[in-house]
Design a protein. Structure first.
Length: 541
């Protein structure tokens, strides 16, 4: 324990009953306001990437308790700035309730906790307990778009590093996207092998280690930052060993290794590397690990002295008023239902579009479980010239609670494709009013295989190319129109090993020109009046 801070004598707090009632009331109000957000967070904690979420409240409590001495010594005083920060947090919460986007209400909870701490303890007290508040950040899962981009990036890094490990021990391997070809067998590094299930818990543990580590600030920051490369190295090592077992002993041996080493064994290995790093950093100071790594025990006298530092003052009473008003707002908005427009199912989307004839394709149940879409059509279209295009339309009746359109920029890398080129192109005269349609155009490849992709987002009367604009309009329309429905439209056609982009772009434009008008019967636009498809095109043929 840090001996530089003296444990204060325990003073008898004034108005103990009033203080206890004040704290209890604040806890009840916060729990009532954010209950739905807590339920959604707990649901996401059941995913392997966020299973550490159940421990975060206890770790945050630990970090608070070990800083009680510093909190008492700081002689904290309530601050009105915390009340104004709480008002801002309530506005964020109400915006989240209006939009029914859990990610906004969950971050509003973090702002609320920081504002309450500032209001009760002031800046001096906040400096003493900031780490316990920062730990709460690990409660909230990342937004879906950021998680997918992070996962796909880690997949490629882990694939390349695993291939390097295999070559280092004498294996001849060939990498195609996120597939490692060992000759006898192929190993695909799927999303579950990205390493996120190790990264998030290790970053949480690295934050605690860096906080209790007694050394220069740069070393403490290095401990936290190093959790990222440690995770990547250990995950790549696991993939490489799996590939060796697959290639040498067959799939059964590799699956057995994955079963035992995909969880706690790899995480323990990550922890060992983290402690080895701290040993090296300690030696740079000429010290031993037990001299610098100081996981303190809470001081009971200091904990008992905390209530005496809590002042019943106007700022702390104002906190209760602001929270009560916030709860009234949440209750008022909780009954605000979402508008779900009438539409025709994509099941009736025609398989004959001009000179193009289509064959329906199915999406696996595992993929549907990830996509969480409401309705879709996926079909391979061909014309008499032998041109081939795949059309995929994914419709979401609601995009406000985690289920939303998946950007190809995030999904394609997860499937092993690398984006070789990207730009926005205008297709002249496509839209009903004769204006141009802007679409994203990607050239993707894996190994020697290349494809050209066009995609855009149909969002309540808007044709968008930016994933971030999609998120913004989901938020805005959920508030102003109570709608978050929308769709992704994606077309893919093969490319030769070199060239052919211009001809492929013409193929996609031809199919878009005949398919896009049909989409308005299935994808609700700005008007809520359902379109009626002409009888001659209502049936599949």
């Amino acid at each position: 324990m840090n001996s530089s801070v003296q444990t204060p004598e325990v003073a008898t707090p004034k108005y103990p009953g009033l203080k206890a009632g004040l704290v209890l009331l604040v806890v009840v109000l916060v729990a009532a306001m954010f209950w739905d957000s807590f339920v959604e967070m707990e649901r996401l904690w059941q995913q392997p990437e966020y299973s550490h979420g159940y421990l975060i409240p206890f770790l945050a409590a630990y970090l608070f308790l070990i800083r009680c001495e510093q909190l008492v010594a700081a002689s904290p005083r309530p601050a009105w700035s915390g009340v104004w920060a709480l008002v801002a947090a309530m506005l964020v919460l109400l915006a989240g309730e209006l939009s029914a986007l859990f990610v906004i209400t969950q971050y509003a909870f973090l702002l609320t906790m920081g504002a309450i701490a500032l209001a009760f303890f002031g800046y001096r007290g906040l400096r003493a307990i900031w780490a316990s508040l920062a730990m709460l950040v690990f409660l909230v899962p990342l937004p879906v778009l950021i998680q997918y981009k992070l996962s796909s990036g880690l997949q490629f890094i882990s694939t390349d590093l695993a291939a390097w490990f295999l070559r280092a021990v004498g294996f001849a391997v060939f990498v195609e996207g996120n597939v490692i070809d060992l000759g006898v067998s192929k190993l695909q590094v799927v999303e579950a092998c990205s390493g996120l299930r190790y990264l998030f818990p290790l970053m949480c543990f690295g934050f605690i280690c860096g906080y209790v580590y007694r050394g220069p600030r740069w070393q403490r920051l290095l401990i936290l930052a190093s959790t990222i490369p440690i995770t990547i190295v250990m995950n790549s090592f696991r993939i490489a060993v799996t590939g060796i077992l697959y290639n040498t002993y067959g799939i059964g041996a590799g699956d057995t290794f994955l079963h035992y080493f995909e969880g706690w064994v790899i995480f323990v290995g990550c922890l060992l590397l983290l402690f080895m790093e701290m040993i090296i950093l300690a030696k740079l100071q000429g010290r031993k690990l037990d001299d610098v790594f100081d996981p303190q025990l809470p001081s009971i006298p200091a904990i008992r002295a905390v209530p005496a530092t809590l002042h019943v003052a106007w700022p702390s009473l104002a906190v209760v008023v602001v929270l009560a008003l916030g709860l009234v707002g949440v209750i008022t908005l909780s009954g605000r239902s979402e508008v779900l427009p009438d539409r025709q199912s994509l099941v009736s989307f025609p398989l004959r579009l001009g000179e193009w004839s289509g064959t329906e394709t199915e999406i696996s149940p595992e993929e549907l479980d990830v996509l969480k879409l409401t309705d879709y059509v996926s079909a391979n279209y061909a014309n008499e010239r032998g041109d081939f295009v795949n059309l995929y339309v994914a419709y979401y009746a609601s995009q406000r609670q985690g289920a939303s359109v998946h950007s190809p920029r995030a999904c394609l890398p997860g499937g092993g494709w690398k984006i070789l080129d990207s730009k926005i192109v205008k297709l002249p005269g496509i839209l009903p009013d004769g204006s141009d349609l802007e679409v994203n155009q990607l050239v993707i490849g894996t190994g020697r295989t290349r494809q050209l992709v066009n995609y855009w987002f149909m969002q309540r009367g808007r044709d968008l190319t930016s994933e971030y604009a999609v998120k913004w309009y989901i938020f805005w329309d959920s508030i102003t129109r109570r709608r978050t429905d929308g769709a992704l439209v994606r077309l893919v056609t093969p490319l030769p090993e070199e060239g052919g982009e211009e001809q492929a772009a013409q193929r996609l434009a031809e199919l878009i020109r005949v398919a896009e008008p049909r989409l308005y019967y299935h994808i609700p636009q700005e008007s809520l009046i359902p379109a009626v498809e002409p009888p001659d095109t209502a049936l599949r043929f």
